[in-house]
Design a protein around this ligand. Sequence first.
Ligand SMILES: NC(=O)c1ccc[n+]([C@@H]2O[C@H](COP(=O)([O-])OP(=O)(O)OC[C@H]3O[C@@H](n4cnc5c(N)ncnc54)[C@H](OP(=O)(O)O)[C@@H]3O)[C@@H](O)[C@H]2O)c1
Length: 253
Amino acid sequence: MKIAVTGATGTQGGAVARLLSSRGHDVRRVTRNPKHANDVHGDFNDPASLRHAFQGVDGVFLMTPLSDPREVAQGKAAVDAARHVPHVVFTSATNADRGTGIPHFDTKAEIERHLAAHHPHWTVLGPAAFMGREGPVALPIPPDLELFLIAPEDIAAMAVLAFEQPDRFRNRRIDIASDRRTGQEMAAVRGTEFVQIPLAQAEKYSADLAAMFRHHTEIGLDLDLAALHAEFPEVGWHSYESWVSGRAARRPE
Ligand SMILES: NC(=O)c1ccc[n+]([C@@H]2O[C@H](COP(=O)([O-])OP(=O)(O)OC[C@H]3O[C@@H](n4cnc5c(N)ncnc54)[C@H](OP(=O)(O)O)[C@@H]3O)[C@@H](O)[C@H]2O)c1
């Protein structure tokens, strides 16, 4: 299959592009700065470049860049540019469709609605927080609050499964997480400290992220981890421990 991957130089798109290539698919890596043979120029602020990047592909992996106030316009333009692509897999966020009031969740919900309304064949994946950060675990949440976490490799495994088994994923929205850990547990696995940042301090840095952590603390995300893992065992979901211990080996990628 020929798949265009947006955000291919980033966390999610990078993992998706690598897994697709390793499974023998023809990957078109969409980036603003093409450098390699499989790279194609595409800018979310330039719909014509997206239409060109998506021409003739069997599928598009669509992400939207973080914290850009133009996220909705960019996402909708990308969906429109992919109108004639047989299958669009959009990566959103866990429970983004629930009217949480978290700004960067609500923007994704708007893109999800546009996709469902305008594309005959779509899949939405709703990933939890990425397992990726290094250094001390410093978060504006109580130390014993459990967070849903996901390995970028597991996002990629779900996305690739969706492209390879389109009927199983047709017009479905699936929230995804690999594991669930408290901040204290994460810090212990990484051999570091848990630092609880005051929410007021987080708010000064980003009202959007502070709203998300307030939601995690006061309401929490709704995701049935056991049912998800039972339905998609072929993903080989990472535990937090297995992901952290494998990180050093993955670094050269
Ligand atoms: N971090 C988390 O825990 C988490 C959890 C759930 C959902 N999310 C969502 O994940 C998204 C970010 O994904 P990520 O972490 O995989 O991205 P990332 O690693 O931050 O990389 C950003 C990517 O976006 C591309 N990009 C940025 N501006 C662009 C533009 N104008 N046109 C085309 N490409 C552009 C960059 O490509 P070039 O620079 O090569 O053009 C790069 O590949 C955000 O929407 C965030 O809300 C994050």
